[in-house]
Design a protein around this ligand. Structure first.
Ligand code: PEP
Length: 259
């Protein structure tokens, strides 16, 4: 990773862990963090379900657990007749720091388009939180040589037209769809190539200063064994972890990878 960008290791708990289980998981994580801490130059965020956010927030704040609270999505409207939805402001009131926007599972199963993702990012930023914008190509798009154009178009939609400072404070997670939950991670070379291309696209959209500070994560079947090499790649500034974040020991193995 780049010298002065803080590495962000994020755990996406997806639709796992009811609030009792979430409390147990955060307590296990807290115990491991008490023993070894978060390595210098690294930051950790955890993204439980909406129903567990308040419980996890209380545990994290009461025990001073060195993790940032994250959410998995939000609605783009401020309030209104949107049954079942949760606004960005509601998340901000729980001291949520990071919100995922456009995870591929939401693009696939919930019909989130680039336009909707952009509006979500607007709402996240308007409420003082940081967006982790998820982008990535399908297996078919990769084999037909479209991976780069698909990913840069998703980045352009979420980042284009924003001030350099705002763009530079964003996090973009490169998550190839074929690597998520499949056990088949991208190679370090492929992850580095795409993360560098994303940084270059941010530079084209918002300038060299933004490109230098934007953080680009890799996500897709990251494990304690693969994380170290990925985090050493110069343009990989962190990892977004699904499955392996549900086990405190394995997640800590990723947090500490390469140290
Ligand atoms: C994810 O949920 O964003 C993810 C990358 O999942 P997994 O680590 O299980 O592939």
């Amino acid at each position: 990773m780049g010298d002065d960008r803080i590495t962000l290791v994020s755990g996406n708990w997806k639709m796992h862990e009811n609030h009792f289980e979430a409390l147990k998981l955060v307590q296990e994580l807290a115990a491991l963090l008490r023993a070894s801490g978060v390595p210098e130059g690294r930051e950790v965020s955890i993204h439980p379900t909406f129903t567990s956010l308040r419980t996890v927030q209380t545990a994290v704040e009461t025990d001073h657990v060195p993790v940032a609270l994250g959410a998995q999505t939000c609605h783009y409207e401020v309030r209104g007749a949107f049954t079942g939805e949760v606004s960005a402001e509601m998340l901000a009131k729980l001291n949520v720091a990071y919100v995922l926007a456009g995870h591929s599972e939401r693009r696939l199963y919930c019909g989130e388009t680039d336009e909707i993702v952009r509006r979500k990012v607007d709402a996240i930023l308007a409420n003082g939180m940081r967006a982790i914008v998820c982008v990535g190509e399908s297996a078919e798009q990769r084999s037909s040589g479209e991976a780069m154009s698909v990913v840069t178009a998703q980045v352009a939609s979420a980042v284009g037209g924003r001030d350099a400072e705002v763009a530079g404070a964003m996090v973009i997670a490169y998550e190839p769809l074929w690597a998520i939950g499949s056990g088949q991670s991208a190679t370090v070379a492929d992850a580095q190539e795409m993360c560098a291309a994303i940084r270059e696209e941010v530079g084209r959209l918002a300038g060299a200063g933004a490109a230098a500070t934007v953080r680009v994560q890799y996500g897709g079947s990251v494990t304690p064994d693969t994380a170290g090499a990925l985090l050493e790649a110069p343009d990989v500034d962190g990892v977004l972890v699904g499955g392996a974040s549900l086990d405190a020991e394995r997640f800590m193995g990723i947090v500490r990878a390469g140290q």
